[in-house]
Design a protein. Sequence first.
Length: 362
Amino acid sequence: MADNDNDLSLLKSELLATVAAATDIAALDEVRVNALGKKGRLTEQMKTLGALAPDARKERGAALNLIKDEVAQSIDARQKELAAVALRQRLERERLDVTLAPRPQAEGRVHPTSQTVDEIVAIFASMGFTVAKGPDIESDWHNFEALNFPPDHPARQMQDTFFMPPVDGKPMVLRTHTSPVQVRTMQTQKPPIRVIIPGRTFRCDSDMTHSPMFHQVEGLVIDEVTHMGHLKGCLLDFLRAFFNTPDLPLRFRPSYFPFVEPGAEVDIGCSRKGGELKLGNFGDWLEIGGCGMVHPNVLRNCGIDPEQYQGFAFGMGIERMAMLKYGIPDLRTFFEADVRWLKHYGFAPLDIPNLALTGVAP
Ligand code: DAH
């Protein structure tokens, strides 16, 4: 016990000074023990009260209690202060700057083919289509025969491709179009069917507008009521949304594809004045794909009764659509893996297709 602790006002000011001098919680705890603990300076003073005369005990006891309360309060207040300081320091130390710019996206671009597939799928998804897939190496039956191309039919000649070794005695080909996935879908799904089929396709072709490997997107709708008017409306809505051209005109030109009857080629309106291609209602026409009402033989080959069901199909070249939409002049450059080209024509990964811009309500 410090001798001069008998002087209560001195004791009080000393204790309050040590409280104020404590610069962290650990130091403050020590101050608390030294003042109020079992052997603390105030506690020791309390113990001396018993030896005093009743009046003096009463007076000193009351004074000690007041000091005890005051010191305890000041410790509590100091504790709050120190806790706030510690929190502030921690926040400062562990600072997370959420306003920091994202890492520069210098590397990596989405290829225009992938971007175009995403855009096409988003638009058709908004019209209630789902995505279907099939294999790149396809049986001759799925690629040709089921689609009403008999073995020696001249229509096969336009789709010369890479023939693969037979599997289980069945001739195999690198698929020449996405149409065999129509067959696979009809074999596995019951009508009503509404699918969109983006995928890789292969042909023996190579020049500025043809590549041995390219991509197509196929569409198929089968139910009991769908007719050619629906086909035209569906393609019109899609093409206007895809090309962001609300008055884009569409023309059906009668054409032959073995798996549709009637069949048509689809042209969109454009202008070629001055060698520059512009899409819109300008009087010139540009072919964009094929379409038609699914041939009854194809339905029958897939186990669907043509007396009950009917529907339409269409197919378009994905790179061709990307070339038109994004002004890319040479098809072959899509597959050259030239990073400078990709930097120029590619898309930032978060450049997600936005249906609000296309005018098609989701
Ligand atoms: N598969 C055809 C081709 O590659 C394109 C096509 C035409 C697809 C008419 C269709 C269609 O679904 O109905 O040349």
